[in-house]
Design a protein around this ligand. Structure first.
Ligand code: HEC
Ligand code: CU
Length: 284
């Protein structure tokens, strides 16, 4: 019986909040199920064929009851919406100063890379009591991390990973163990040159292309007159669909790199763009 648990142990800081919400929703559903089903049973018995119940059906109506069952549920759903939305924003907001881990799902495993470069598969090593932010994507179908809950193909049931929580010193040792690896930003820097990005996006390039230093998190004026913020999504879109949002003052000459870069390479490039994006632009 020890093995039998309806809920797994609450292992994350947000599980309490999610569980409370879950119980509240369940309680409300049970309440309405009772309110609806008890009268159904009662009336089925009372008005069964052959019973001597009064079937004259006089006209009746009550504004109070009708507005009550309209306004009550509206109010209830709005409260639930607000509660859910607040919890969602709290849970999904990326914590500041978090340890960065990039995760790529594929049939049928997760490939992880820490900012320092260390890679692992189906395991996530983290130091205890620190915040960790994972950037996740998939190179094929939808998966869910770290116990796959999306049916993703034949070996879906084997897509089970584990989180290893370590003392900070042990984590530092673990990061440096195994083959030496270059940091994600360093790999992105190399890709930026190898894939020809620097051929256009460099101060001395023959092409008229924007410098990417100082770009990250800043507003970008677009050719159509609107403004966007250069967030992670914008960087990703700029690489994969450059024609979607043209930067004001530049021509649509950047080729799309969709299909030419792996998901890992895109993440590494974005990590590099974020890194230089936080630096001041070079003077020209
Ligand atoms: C042929 C030249 C060329 C190449 C190669 C090129 N780009 Fe661009 N890129 C441009 C031009 C021109 C723009 C501005 C027009 C636009 O938004 O498409 C741009 C826009 C961008 C932007 C948006 C910048 C802003 O200020 O809004 C990013 C990010 C970017 N490129 C990244 C890359 C990356 C990463 C690579 C390599 C994988 C790359 N580019 C390769 C020419 C190029
Ligand atoms: Cu799966």
């Amino acid at each position: 019986m020890d093995q039998f648990r309806i809920f797994p142990p609450q292992a994350s800081t947000t599980s309490h909040e999610v569980d409370t919400l879950f119980f509240a929703l369940t309680a409300i559903s049970v309440f309405f199920a009772v309110v609806i089903f008890l009268p159904i049973i009662f009336f089925s018995v009372k008005y069964r064929r052959g019973s001597s119940a009064d079937r004259s059906n006089p006209k009746s109506g009550s504004l109070l009851i009708e507005s009550g069952w309209t306004i009550g549920p509206i109010f209830l759903s709005l409260v639930l919406f607000a509660w859910n939305a607040l919890a969602y924003f709290r849970i999904e907001r990326r914590p500041a100063n978090a340890i960065e881990v990039q995760v790529v799902g594929k049939q049928w495993m997760w490939k992880l890379q820490h900012a320092e470069g260390k890679r692992e598969i189906n395991e996530l090593h983290v130091p205890v009591n620190s915040t960790v932010a994972t950037t996740m994507t998939s190179q094929d179908v939808i998966h869910s991390f770290i116990f796959c809950a999306q049916y993703c193909g034949t070996q879906h049931s084997r897509m089970i990973g584990r989180v290893v929580v370590m003392e900070p010193a042990a984590y530092e040792r673990w990061l440096k163990s195994g083959e030496p690896s270059e940091s994600v930003v360093r790999t992105g820097d190399r890709l930026f040159h190898d894939r020809g990005c620097s051929g256009c996006h460099a101060p001395n390039s023959q092409f008229h292309a924007p410098l990417l230093q100082g770009l990250y998190r800043n507003p970008v004026p677009l050719a159509d007159g609107t403004m966007v913020t250069a967030n992670d999504q914008y960087l990703r879109d700029s690489i994969l669909q450059p024609a979607k949002q043209i930067t004001a003052g530049y021509a649509n000459i950047m080729p799309s790199f969709a299909g030419h870069l792996s998901e890992e390479e895109i993440m590494q490039l974005i990590a590099y763009l974020k890194y230089i994006g936080n630096q001041p632009p070079p003077s020209q």
